[in-house]
Design a protein around this ligand. Structure first.
Ligand code: NAP
Length: 259
């Protein structure tokens, strides 16, 4: 049991199951003494996330589809009743149509492009606007991104474009919210086998290639991403905002790797 987040309340969006990066982050937050609020997207996920919330001793598990502004308003109103002071927010949410993660990027439909942007990038802006009034003593907002934002990664396609928008949104939000003592950062995680990742064609090939070429010669452990999220949410990161922090076994520095 650590103390890095003792006395802090954290809202974590994006726990779908035990393989979710948000689950690893939630576990690490609890280990470090945070009080936790989780969200789920719609009735389909409710039971699973409630069970995980009970295991993690979350004080609340609330419904929130980030594409519905009514859900965000209700989330903020519920939190205002139960956890009126938030210290940390983790946004671990993304979605794109499966066909847009397998066909050539040039075939991306207008609808598919806008959907990926809405769920995976704009939602950070909408969530931040809804909950920052509760961050009365400042705090930290952290989102999850991937190297496909700045480099071409086969089949990542429309999600890479959404991650580029997400990372730019991090910088603009950090600028807007800095005077309120709210820091905004992204963690760029290496590939990890999760439900979302399985939707990307040939994901396991990417995982294998990255593991053999990364300086640390291995893949990324969700627990390493979670520890970086603890750091960013903690007072240790009090001078860090507007950043993208890579937790990817060093793969982002590789130009041409021959394993
Ligand atoms: P995950 O377990 O599938 O998490 C994605 C979450 O997004 C799920 O909880 C999903 O809920 C939620 N979500 C999708 N649409 C939503 C909506 N409209 N409203 C609310 N929630 C919604 O996969 P993950 O890999 O942990 O992904 C978490 C984040 O890490 C994503 O931003 C992802 O891009 C990023 N990331 C992942 C990797 C990787 O290799 N896995 C690497 C770098 C970055 P439902 O399941 O209910 O749809």
């Amino acid at each position: 049991m650590g103390e890095l987040l003792r006395g802090k309340t954290a809202l974590v969006l994006g726990v779908a199951n035990k393989w979710s990066i948000a689950y690893a982050i939630s576990s690490a937050f609890v280990r470090e003494g945070a009080s936790l609020v989780l969200t789920y997207q719609g009735e389909r996920q409710r039971e699973t996330v409630e069970e995980l919330g009970a295991e993690l001793k979350a004080s609340e598990v609330l419904n929130c589809d980030v594409t519905r502004s009514g859900d965000l308003d209700t989330l903020a109103a519920s939190l205002n009743q139960s956890s009126p002071v938030l210290d940390a927010v983790v946004h671990s949410i993304a979605f794109a149509n499966k066909e847009d993660l397998s066909h050539p990027f040039i075939e991306t439909s207008r609808e598919g492009y806008l959907l990926a942007q809405e769920v995976s990038a704009y939602s950070l802006v909408a969530v931040s606007r809804a909950v920052t009034p509760l961050m009365k003593r400042g705090g930290s907002i952290t989102t999850l991104t991937y190297l496909g934002s700045t480099r071409v990664v086969q089949n990542y396609n429309v999600m890479g474009v959404a991650k580029a928008a997400l990372e730019a949104s991090v910088r603009y939000l950090a600028s807007d919210l800095g005077s309120a003592g709210i820091r905004v950062n992204a963690i760029s995680a290496g590939p990890i086998k999760t439900a979302s990742a399985r939707g990307i064609k040939d994901f396991s090939k990417v995982l294998d290639a990255v593991s053999s070429l990364a300086p640390l010669r291995r893949s990324t452990d969700p627990a390493e991403v979670a520890d970086a999220a603890v750091f960013l949410a903690s007072d240790l990161a009090r001078g860090v905002t507007g950043n993208t922090v890579f937790v990817d076994a060093g793969f982002q520095i590789v130009g041409l790797g021959l394993s």
